[in-house]
Design a protein around this ligand. Structure first.
Ligand SMILES: Cc1cc2nc3c(=O)[nH]c(=O)nc-3n(C[C@H](O)[C@H](O)[C@H](O)COP(=O)(O)OP(=O)(O)OC[C@H]3O[C@@H](n4cnc5c(N)ncnc54)[C@H](O)[C@@H]3O)c2cc1C
Length: 434
């Protein structure tokens, strides 16, 4: 069959690869000039690496198996990394059990209650009842005020910005669930992974495999309209032409789906879903800023909400011997900060940088790149699963597969691959012959 996949992010490309394995001729339409969507790459001048920080956890088994399946197993790299916490203007390492037991801001009871929260959260199955309580109330109840203020609140701020106050406990439950198995039980050290060359390696390989199977990848092509053909199949109109396909699968965000799908194709329920946006400064320096992969911080003087020392995970050979640190700030998608110019954001972030690292010299800084995503993920507020817009396709040739439907998961590529695998199995049993 002749199939169009709209969206050349991780979802669209994984799906296009799976469908070409089933013998279909697949065309991917991506509106940007490069593939990858939120997981795309950025040219930092002397090297190319992910635009936003991406890491693979040892528990991301569906993603790891997929990477191996597309012959990139030998490019997977694993490293023990350190975790830090910035509290009361001091940096603490909480990378192993001993450091954690010594962690001064937490009382003995606080440490015990934290361990209990992790155990309880990782074993809990019924996430639906967590939708009814805010993450703050749930953590205060289970972990207590001391652990909440010294550990959880910085982490929530790092992941959600000020929006954490309205988010349900499902957020932290899905986070604990994913993170809990991230520690290598033999080494008792956190092992994190990446693909040599970053996500660009994955997208280049998928493009190669899809094209080798007779498919097409069209970048810089925004789909404007999809409508049914009275003789069967669908018409896809884009900024270059109008093409006919037997099936069309949409993988982009819901607001775009509303704009491009003919009304007869899909019913989209009313949505009150709010989104998080992210501003991320990628700082390139000659010296490492921190020895940690991640530092969570709760300091209202500092405009960014985390420090991700990518070069403590990724070999310096990947980044031309320079250190890459990401400084993200998560904000509501309506926040005017998202509309500030790169120069305004750079000076705002630099003010925070100098407060946190007064020893940092201008000579150590090679470059600072500002990237942003206006709508990166839905805000999982109370009763979120009831707010997710119901998407009902009304035409047998049109399908929607996107991350807006994740209700009890964090946004990550392991879940993306899992969803694609499930979808393509069902698709193959229904449309067996190519
Ligand atoms: C700051 C940040 C950190 C992250 N860290 C991690 C991490 O450590 N580990 C992890 O696993 N995941 C991480 N993620 C999540 C990961 O990036 C996502 O899971 C993944 O990118 C989702 O892919 P997707 O294809 O579903 O969506 P998208 O990447 O949004 O792709 C959708 C694509 O559709 C295209 N499109 C939309 N409309 C049209 C149209 N009309 N015509 C043609 N094309 C169109 C868009 O341009 C886009 O490329 C992170 C994300 C962010 C933002």
């Amino acid at each position: 069959m002749n199939i169009a996949v709209i969206g050349g992010g991780m979802m669209g490309l994984t799906l296009a690869y799976r469908l070409s394995q089933q013998g279909h001729k697949v065309t991917v339409f991506e509106s940007n000039n490069q593939l990858g969507g939120l997981a795309t790459y950025h040219d930092y001048g002397s090297f190319v690496w992910d635009r936003f920080y991406h890491v693979i956890l040892p528990s991301d088994t569906q993603l790891i198996n997929f990477i191996k399946e597309i012959n990139l197993g030998d490019k997977l790299r694993w490293r023990p990394t350190l975790t830090g916490c910035y509290i009361d203007q001091k940096l603490y390492s909480i990378s192993n059990t001993i450091e954690f037991l010594r962690f001064p801001p937490l009382t003995i009871i606080g440490k015990f209650r934290l361990a209990l929260t992790l155990l309880y959260g990782s074993r809990m199955k019924n996430w639906r009842r967590l939708e009814k309580i805010t993450v703050e109330d749930w953590l205060l109840k289970i972990s207590g005020r001391n652990t909440y203020e010294k550990l959880w609140q910085p982490l929530l701020l790092a992941k959600l910005g000020e929006n954490y106050k309205r988010v349900s406990a499902v957020f932290i439950w899905s986070y604990i669930k994913r993170l809990f198995s991230a520690r290598d039980s033999k080494l008792h050290k956190e092992q994190l992974g990446y693909v040599a060359g970053g996500y660009k390696t994955v997208f280049d390989q998928l493009e190669k495999l899809i094209c080798a199977a007779g498919g097409n990848i069209c970048t810089g092509v925004a789909v404007k309209y999809v409508k049914p053909d009275s003789k069967g199949g669908l018409w896809v109109e884009h900024n270059k032409a109008k093409e006919h396909f037997d099936k069309v699968i949409f993988t982009g965000p819901v607001n775009i789906l509303q704009q491009i799908a003919d009304r007869s194709l899909v019913q989209i329920g009313d949505s009150t879903v709010e989104y998080l946006g992210v501003i991320c400064m990628s700082l390139i320096t000659r010296k490492a800023l921190v020895p940690y992969y991640i530092v969570n911080l709760a300091d209202l003087r500092i405009p960014f909400t985390g420090v991700l020392g990518m070069s403590n995970l990724v070999s310096l050979q990947e980044t031309a011997g320079l250190h890459l640190t990401y400084l993200p700030k998560y904000v509501h998608s309506d926040d005017p900060l998202l509309k500030q110019t790169d120069d305004e954001l750079r000076s705002l972030f630099f003010r925070g940088l100098h407060l946190m690292f007064p020893q940092l010299k201008a000579d150590d800084i090679v470059a600072a790149h500002i990237n942003r995503a206006m709508k990166m993920q839905p805000l999982q507020v109370l009763n979120y699963s009831h707010l997710v817009p119901k998407i009902v396709t009304e035409n047998d040739d049109f399908f929607v597969l996107n991350t807006s439907q994740f209700v009890n998961d964090t946004l990550n590529n392991n879940t993306v691959v899992g969803h694609v695998n499930e979808f393509s199995e069902k698709f193959s049993s229904k449309h067996f012959s190519a």
